[in-house]
Design a protein around this ligand. Structure first.
Ligand code: GTQ
Ligand code: FE2
Length: 380
């Protein structure tokens, strides 16, 4: 392996608490360069900032533009072994053109034409699917076909075999979220190809997956012969009807004067592992928020980054200094320690729920595991 010696170019620092820049000091800095050394005092402001300053910037992608391009890719670009997936990733404008929505999170629109299969593979990267519209694709996880319908959240923990199969006559698009950028810096990724064809049994289209029949009963943990898997959620689909009912109940309780919400007019649920109550994936947290028409959330800053997709309704969202109007399907990024708030307003598209429903995913489990999580509520 060849190594590239990146030249270190150091400027002798002249500052109030530093010695004058003399020829001897220059000499010292050339010595550092020659030996590939960098003193802390020239770098400290960047390396140890007073508070997080994300390399990522807030950014908004409109769903209608993404969908048009994905549909065109459906006509022009085949899906198969090698490329693996017709997935088109959001690239944060300040992350050097890499397909990274944030420094840790991948977000992509994936598109499958009628009858198409995305071939089986597995990887250490943790993934999920979220369906903002459409139906007709079954994702087959370790041989269990799981239907995908509007509003469903489908986690897919690392190292499970998976393939996707469009069983209908309509194309389908959905959102993929993965921890690809995070795993990229860990240098601990593995990937394997699976079988080229699914079996006939795997190409069936049940209404509920086996995982939902076993694990999808609220508050009831099955006493099976085999123990629950450690870590990964054994539940492969969180259906919209349950998410919707939970949010509606919270807001009804609030209206009856019994609390139940995060703050007035703001209901929220987190998707969790039914075996542990913890996050649904070890590196990705996922939530659904509902803000009633006219309500506004208080600004919050958190370490770690988030990607949001509007599931229902319209409104405005403010990330740092930027405010956007958003509507169904739109995706936006909240970088680390940028404040975030949302306001629900009547808009051009109908809302099934009467409010602004925001699907959110973020890297919080990583930050909590490393005890780097910090939250600040309010304008400060
Ligand atoms: O569907 O298996 O967006 O492996 C990126 C990598 C989707 C997938 C992505 C993947 C997949
Ligand atoms: Fe995959």
């Amino acid at each position: 392996m060849s190594t590239t010696r990146t030249p270190v170019r150091l400027q002798a620092v002249s500052a109030p608490d530093q010695p004058d820049v003399t020829p001897a000091l220059h000499e010292l800095y050339r010595g550092f360069e020659q030996e590939l050394l960098v003193p802390l005092w020239t770098e400290i402001g960047d390396l140890m900032p007073a508070h997080p300053r994300s390399r990522a910037v807030p950014h908004l992608w409109h769903w209608d533009s993404l969908l048009k391009l994905a549909a065109r890719a459906g006509e022009l670009v085949p899906v198969g072994r090698g490329g693996e997936r017709r997935a088109i990733a959001l690239a944060n404008p300040s992350l050097g053109g890499r397909p990274f929505a944030t420094p840790t999170l991948w977000a992509a629109i994936q598109y499958l034409m009628p009858g198409e299969d995305a071939p089986e593979h597995r990887h250490t990267q943790h993934a999920f699917r979220f369906v903002v519209e459409g139906s007709g694709v079954w994702t087959v996880v370790d041989g269990d076909p799981v239907p995908m319908n509007r509003g469903d959240f489908l986690p897919q923990a690392g190292w499970n075999w998976h393939a996707h199969h469009n069983a209908t006559t309509e194309p389908m698009a959905w959102l993929d979220g993965l921890d690809i950028p995070f795993q990229y810096v860990t240098e601990a990724q593995f990937f394997e190809y699976g079988r080229d064809e699914l079996s006939a049994a795997e190409r069936t289209t049940p209404r509920r997956s086996r995982s939902e029949r076993l694990w999808g009963h609220p508050g009831l943990r099955p006493l099976t012969a085999t123990p629950a898997p450690a870590g990964d959620s054994p539940l492969l689909a969180y259906k919209w009807e349950f998410t919707d009912a939970a949010l509606a109940d919270q807001l009804a309780l609030e209206a009856e004067g019994h609390g139940g919400t995060v703050e007035p007019g703001h209901a929220a649920v987190r998707f969790t592992n039914p075996a542990t109550g913890g996050d649904v994936l070890s590196t990705i947290r996922a939530e659904m928020h509902r803000i009633t028409r006219g309500a506004e959330t208080a600004p919050v800053r958190e370490t770690g980054s988030s990607v949001y997709q509007v599931f229902n309704g319209s409104g405005t969202v403010t990330v740092g200094d930027t405010t956007w109007s958003v509507t169904r399907g739109d995706l936006f990024v909240v970088p680390s320690w940028e404040s975030f708030s949302a306001r629900s307003e009547a808009g051009a598209t109908d809302s099934d729920s009467g409010g602004l429903d925001l699907f959110r995913f973020c890297d919080a489990p990583v930050f909590e595991a490393l005890r780097l999580n910090r939250t600040r509520r309010g304008d400060a």
